[in-house]
Structures are given as C-alpha cells and as structure tokens.
Design a protein around this ligand. Structure first.
Ligand code: GDP
Ligand code: IMO
Ligand code: MG
Length: 430
C-alpha cells in the first residue's frame, strides 16, 4: 500500500535527514518541504559526489520523483535560483521536476539585514541564527504583511507591496543603527529571480492531493529538528517555524489525514549549532573526537557544531510531539573510536529526576544529565549494511537507545554515502 510519511529531525537539526530522505525516495513518488527556508543544509552523497541542498527537496537526484516547495517554506527566490543553477551544472533536470507554491512568503534582503541587526543588538543573549532572515520573514507572515511568491506575477502589485515592506524594514533598521536597504535594487533583484523561477509556480496542495488520490507515495521532508521547533523546542533558542510533523500538512496544502506515519531521525550522539541550552554538551576530548570524526561543521554557515552525548530524554519528547511511528539512527560509525559511550537517560533538576525536557530554555538550562555508561566497540562499523554484522557492543548500544527512547531504530546509517545504511524495516514498504 502506498504510504505518505513525514520525515523529521528529532534533535537540534543536522541529524542526517538529507541522507535518509535521498535513500527513502527510491520508494516514493514525491517529496515536499513544508517549513523552514535556506537555513537548512541537507547533505546527500551519491557515488562519491556530495550535494548540499538548502531549499530544494532531497529527492531531486531521483529522476522519478516530483519535488515540491510547499507554502510553509519561507522562500528566498535568489537562494532558490542559485541552487537550481548549482544542480543544473551537475546535470540534474531540476526544472522538470520541481514545483514551488505561490503561497510561500518571500525572504527579502531586508529580512537578512534585520536578522543580523537584531542578533547584534542581543549581544551575549544572541540566538545564533543563520543570519539569513528566517525569523523576520516568518514575523511578517504572521503579521499579514508578507510579500508572497505569487505576488511577483504582477510587477505593479508586487512593487507596491514591496515598497510598504521595505519602508517598514528601513524604519526598524534605523532603530538598530543599521543601514537602510535600497528599494529599487531589492525590487529589480527579486523580480529578476522571480521571473526565472516563475514557470515553477504551482498549486502544490492540489498537486500533492492528486498524487495521493492516485495511490502515489509522498514523503514530507522536515528541516531543522524537534528541539528547534517554535513551540516545543528550547524557546527562545529555536527557529521561527514549527519543525514537527503536524506542520507537514498545513505547510504543504494537504490535510492531516494524508499522513500515514512519522519517521524521526537522530544521530547516535547529539549536536547543536548556535546558542541555547544543551544538557549533554561535552567540552573534553570525547567532544573533540565527535566533532572531528563527525566533521561537525554547519552545512549552511560552516560554523562548528557543539557536540555531546545522545539525549534520550529529548528523544522521548521528540517522539511525543511528532507522534513518531519509526526512527532512524545516523552516524553510528562516528562512535567507533569512543570508549565508553555515554547515554543520557533522564535529567536531574532541583534535586528531582525528570524524564522529559521541561518547556523552554530557562528551565532546561537548570537540568543536569543523568548518564548511563556503555562499553564502546572500538571496531569500525563504517559502511556496514547488516545489523548482525555490527560489533556486539554497537548492537547493545542501539538496543539500549531504543529502550530508553521508546523508539524502534528501523534504519541505521554507518556512513555518508547513500548505500552505507542498514535497513531493518523500510517505513514506506511495511
Ligand atoms: P541534515 O541537515 O539533517 O540533512 O544533516 P546535514 O547534512 O546538515 O549533516 C549531516 C552530516 O553527516 C552530513 O555531512 C552527512 O553527509 C553526514 N552523514 C550522514 N549520515 C552519516 C553517517 O551515518 N555517518 C557519517 N560519518 N556521516 C554521515
Ligand atoms: P537543518 O535542516 C541546525 C538553528 C540556528 C540557530 C536557530 C535559529 O540542516 O537540520 P534561524 O536562522 O533558523 O533563525 O536560526 O536554529 N538552525 C539549525 N541548526 N540545522 C538546521 O537545519 C538549522 N536551521 C536553523 O543555528 O541556532
Ligand atoms: Mg543540516
């Protein structure tokens, strides 16, 4: 039976969503991004070639897959065009298979300027955003003053709406002591890019609905991760969209009944980019080893990622807020050199043991991890494709994580390449 599944990050982003979405699209007909923007950086490695995607869904390398950028995505048309050019240079027929919702709110250069100005003004309390304008663009969407992709179809209407936006942004920028943004330059830049992208504009909800009704399989690709969700994450150290599976429907134009399952992805350890509490963070040799072996540098900003042990308490929250029906564990091979391997099973807060992360950053910052120590395996698991070929201690670690998080690790990744994967149960086939 064809299935429609949301694939989401279960931590603080960068869990390896790109790798597993690319793998899973062998078994589906369409992939839809439903939130976030070009703050995402999803890495695909096929045949030794690395492709980093920011806006284009991670099914684009599969010729049989229709890719959709849903209305929930905050769209930089400039970034989209740059990504299309990059993919076309690799010989990918992007324009034949990519469709973009007219309802996407646009990210303007003035949103990026505001993002930077606000972060600067926050000083030591900065969120550590990607500086790409994501937050300000979603603010304008919620305030009902955003310019949307569909507005670019009528240059006069677009110019009037953009004029209002830029005037307001320049008022805010002046407050932060930042330079004004030039209206005419912004207008010309966006209209040029929008003209290039115009043939891709489509009624994406109707398109996905038709596919689903015809018995096709759709994968809804999340960006960021549960702990960066605007409502359920470590607020205010979060991104400005709902990263959790419930948003897959609203952000792509179908109803919640269209979604049959939720596949959540976690690394075998934890990372976080930017500010905010991170209970299992390491500042020692083990942390340095994780960063080095996992090549933990942001795929979008190049910033070093903070590294720590896997947090099963946070995973339990991710399972709950997403309604995860199955899970994937990535980068198991990165742990090959570590001994022992620690797993956070709960927190201690104000003398009490708590099983789930409390709401918000302030309370989470008071939590100390309760660790369980497991023996390492000190053997390479790189590239293994069968669970029973894993060293016994690696299997024991996976099983302990499953037990602690209440999840079944149906796919285990042992390398960045598409094929370096153990598939125990494919969520699209069972
Ligand atoms: P995403 O944002 O969730 O798509 O993840 P990113 O692409 O930002 O970061 C994941 C990084 O880990 C990328 O560089 C991937 O190529 C790499 N990666 C994914 N799975 C594995 C794995 O199992 N082992 C190793 N060593 N690297 C992996
Ligand atoms: P993918 O899809 C990791 C983080 C930023 C910052 C916070 C807010 O590759 O997993 P924003 O620019 O969104 O306002 O920044 O969110 N962040 C990510 N961290 N992976 C991502 O995406 C991220 N997208 C945003 O570092 O802490
Ligand atoms: Mg990433």
């Amino acid at each position: 039976m064809a299935k429609n599944i949301a694939v989401i990050g279960a931590q603080w982003g960068d869990e390896g969503k790109g790798k597993l979405v690319d793998l899973l699209t062998a078994h589906c007909d369409a992939v839809a991004r439903f939130q976030g923007g070009h703050n995402a950086g999803h890495t695909l490695v096929t045949g030794g070639r690395k492709t980093v995607l920011h806006l284009v869904p991670s099914g684009i390398l599969r010729e049989h897959v229709v890719c959709v950028i849903g209305n929930g995505v905050a769209l930089s048309v400039g970034a989209l065009c740059a990504e299309i050019t990059m993919l076309e240079a690799q010989g990918v027929a992007v324009r034949e298979r990519l469709r973009v919702s007219g309802g996407c709110p646009l990210i303007l250069p003035s949103h990026a300027a505001l993002d930077k100005a606000r972060e600067r003004a926050l000083g030591g309390r900065a969120i550590g955003t990607t500086h790409l304008g994501i937050g300000p663009a979603y603010e304008d969407k919620a305030a009902r003053r955003a310019v949307r992709f569909e507005d670019t179809a009528d240059a006069a209407h677009f110019s009037a709406a953009l004029g209002e936006q830029v005037k307001f942004h320049n008022f805010l920028l002046a407050h932060y002591g930042a330079g004004a943004v030039d209206f005419a330059r912004t207008r010309d830049e966006i209209l040029r890019a929008a003209d290039d992208a115009a043939p891709l504009m489509a009624d994406c909800g109707a398109l996905l609905d038709a596919l689903i009704r015809a018995g096709k399989s759709v994968l809804f690709e999340g960006a960021q991760g549960a702990m960066l969700d605007l409502d359920h994450g470590t607020y205010p150290f979060v991104t400005s969209s709902n990263t959790t599976a419930a948003c897959a429907a609203a952000g792509s134009g179908v109803g919640p009944t269209a979604i049959d399952g939720v596949f959540g992805i976690t690394k075998a350890y934890a990372t976080r980019v930017g500010g905010g509490p991170f209970p299992t963070e390491l500042h020692n040799e083990a942390g340095r080893l994780l960063a080095e072996r996992g090549a933990e540098f942001g795929a979008t900003t190049g910033r070093p990622r903070r590294c720590g042990w896997l947090d099963a308490a946070a995973l339990r929250r991710a399972r709950q807020v997403n309604g995860m029906t199955s899970a994937g564990l990535t980068k198991l091979d990165v742990l090959d050199a570590l001994d022992p391997v620690l797993l956070c099973t709960a927190y201690r807060r104000r003398g009490e043991v708590v099983e789930l992360p409390p709401a918000g950053a302030h309370a989470l910052a008071e939590c100390e991890p309760v660790f369980e120590e497991l023996p390492g395996w000190k053997t390479s698991t790189a590239g293994l494709t069968a669970f029973d070929k894993l060293p016994a201690n690696a299997r024991r670690y996976v099983e302990r994580v499953e037990e602690a998080a209440g999840l079944s690790m149906d796919i285990i990744s042992t390398g960045a390449e598409r094929g370096q994967t153990i598939v125990r149960r494919n969520p699209f086939l069972t």
